[in-house]
Ligand binder design. Structure first.
Ligand code: SAM
Length: 362
């Protein structure tokens, strides 16, 4: 009866939902406009997927799903590209997607759940739309807290930092203490046991263990790359013209190999490309595979992203995996909310059983 019943807006392939479910939250529905999310979201989480724009979603569709659940949660992670570092120089407000946070706000106010959680890129905290979002929740009597979190502190083998907001009508809710602050998981612990692959190769039993092909020039480049190094380690003939220019020198972490004994860099939607970041395998001459990227996002090793027999579209899957809330971070968010509700229920019970002043208990 005290189980939290949730709806996940902008649910993607289900990173957030998977973690919330692992923490014991009953996610009843995921909503997303991208049809490619349907199979991974619903197959792995046994949860209904609604292909619809959140802009067209009516509050009654959510309220109906919650039924008479006592504790309800609206969870969501509006697209973060408008606020990400990669878009520095362009103002977020000019990007039409910024108003998706306003849509999340609309549904939060109209459905009035007990709890709300929202995850996004840290730079969102600098935007006026975020301040407006918080003011609107506080105006509706929510206790709101938010912080920039290192995913590695919660067992995600990745340096990803995220803004996590928690809001509750029951009192102040805060994220649980880090579980891995002194012992972050490393690239070695997460992917070193996977079968070796060559660039362009696919594992016969796991179609997701697939690495993008490399041109002969990029193959020579990765052979010349050291774990944790940069293109500056290469012979001058391998360096791209854009890197030789002054402006190119501000991006030393493209065309890099990961380091075995550290967490991986932040997985972007382009993590499968050697030229797109420090996404080279620490010792094999290739970029990491889609499966390796998913494991670094802390998805279970068996998480399925495509239907059996379906052709693999590397760009689509890179987007679903790179966009996800890391499952272990989502689980920490879920545990924080579950603990909060349990504390509330325990206090409520204690108040009920406390003897009334002046009356003797037998
Ligand atoms: C950052 S991703 C969410 C990742 C997801 N929470 C997870 O953990 O896997 C943002 C998602 O918003 C979806 N999206 C973009 N515009 C949307 C809209 N108008 N309505 C619903 N979903 C939308 C995208 O397709 C994308 O899957």
């Amino acid at each position: 009866m005290n189980k939290i019943c949730a709806v996940d807006l902008f649910c993607g392939a289900g990173g957030l939902t998977r973690g919330l479910k692992a923490a014991g939250i009953n996610v009843r529905l995921g909503v997303d406009v991208d049809a490619a999310c349907e199979y991974p979201f619903s197959f792995n989480n046994r949860t209904r997927f609604l292909l619809k724009s959140v802009q067209k979603l009516d509050a009654s569709e959510i309220i109906r799903l919650w039924g008479n659940s006592r504790f309800t949660l609206l969870a969501g992670c509006a697209p973060c590209q408008p606020f990400s570092l990669y878009r520095q120089g362009k103002t977020a407000e000019k990007d039409g997607r910024w108003n998706l946070l306003a849509e999340f706000q609309r549904l939060a106010l109209e459905t009035a759940p007990t709890l709300i959680t929202m995850e996004n890129v840290p730079r969102l905290a600098e935007q006026s739309i975020f301040a407006e979002f918080i003011a609107a929740l506080e105006g509706a009597k929510y206790n709101v807290s938010y912080q920039v979190v290192k995913s590695a502190d919660y067992g995600v083998p990745q340096q990803r930092e995220r803004l996590v907001l928690l809001a509750s009508k029951l009192g102040l809710v805060e994220l649980i203490s880090p579980t891995h602050a002194d012992k972050p998981r490393t690239v070695r612990q997460s992917i070193s046991k996977l079968p070796a692959l060559s660039a362009g190769g696919v594992h016969p039993r796991d179609p997701l263990h697939h690495s993008a092909d490399l041109s002969p020039r990029n193959l020579r480049r990765i052979r010349a790359s050291k774990p944790g190094g940069t293109w500056r380690d290469w012979d001058a003939r391998l360096v791209a013209a854009c890197h030789k220019k002054k402006s190119g020198k501000t991006y030393p972490s493209v065309y890099g190999r990961m380091t075995w004994d550290e967490p991986a860099p932040t997985m972007t939607t382009q993590f499968f490309g050697f030229g797109n970041g420090r996404f080279g395998h620490p010792e094999q001459d290739r970029a990491i595979s889609l499966r390796e990227g998913a494991i670094i996002q802390s998805f279970p090793k068996t998480y399925r992203f495509i239907r059996p027999g379906e052709p693999l579209r590397i760009g689509t899957l890179g987007r679903l995996i790179g966009n996800a809330v890391p499952v272990k971070l989502a689980q920490a968010i879920g545990r924080s909310l579950v603990n909060h509700v349990q504390d509330f229920v325990a206090k409520e019970r204690a108040n009920r059983t406390r003897p009334v002043a002046g009356r003797k208990s037998s």
